[in-house]
Design a protein around this ligand. Sequence first.
Ligand code: KG4
Ligand code: ZN
Length: 356
Amino acid sequence: MKVLGIESSCDETAAAVVEDGHRILSSIVSSQVAIHRPYGGVVPELASRQHVKMIIPVVAKALQRAGLNMTSVDGIAVTQGPGLVGSLLVGIGVAKALAFATGKPLVAVNHLEAHIQAAFINESQPSFPVVALVVSGGHTNLYLVRDYGNADLLGRTRDDAAGEAFDKVAKFLDLGYPGGVVIDSLSRKGNPQAISFPRAYLEKDSLDFSFSGIKTAVVNYVRKYVDTSKQNEASTPGVSGFTLKELPLPVADIVASFQEAVVEVLVEKTFTAAKNFKVGQVVVAGGVAANSRLRQKLLDGAAALGLALNLPETELCTDNAAMVAAAGFHKLKKSDIPLSLNFDAISRWPDKVAGS
Ligand code: KG4
Ligand code: ZN
């Protein structure tokens, strides 16, 4: 079964064709990074406008790369949410129009469920139940996944998502956008043990996360550093004032230590969930799963604990439509799923279950 997937929940316009949930025939992603860079974050209005501009060419390219047209596609899957409503509506509108015009079945997919699915595309069948960590710019959720589209939420962030913390710290340090990628590469030059930033484990046995404290600790560290430098300046006549950029701030050590604190908590809680629920397989997905330090620690930890670990390739971690097509395939396969064009974008999905 060849499924056309469409994704437009945030700042990537994406379309892909995936066969039987496993074989990627094409995957096209049009990134809006350059458009949002000057603002240091995604501007929803600009995102929707760019989706409108790119969605048809991106879908056409995905079909062309796969050597198909709409007649030879067996079904369509589109991201329904969570995400930016104006962005979601662009993908949903096009998916509905294609389904209406061709009579092909259309399924709506949860973006987080699709992220989990990315971990199974190039792999053999998962041995359910598995523990899944979805860690992105908008979410840090731990799930017990019982089957395709059937997951219980075990824990989630109580404040910032991990990716959001990466982005905010990078913005504060004026390192560029998107922050996660910059911090990942800059951290390679730093010492992850240089500064001991707090790890928020919360109450005993809690599988929830909290990252706003680590972010604030970075801000406080820098402020203290600036104050100390100013005092030194005052006692050194003739030294001029300075900006953050001019300070000899140990930026690589700061970001490496920040990253270490975030990664440690993510890894620890994920493996604790696997232990608590006696699960032998763990998957980690979403944009932050592209982080090299997180991947290394997960690989080392899984090997030490004898756990099977699914880590999607980097391009499948960040937003893409192959994951949507793969998740859609498993829904389309279930013949009892009612197919209808009568669904709307869901900005904030109810917490309990990843799937519908
Ligand atoms: O899944 P995604 O592409 O979009 C959302 O659904 O949010 O994730 C984007 C997030 C951003 O916060 C970005 O900074 C982060 O993933 N990210 C990374 C890395 N690559 C992307 N964070 C840390 N290290 C990376 N290598
Ligand atoms: Zn995402």
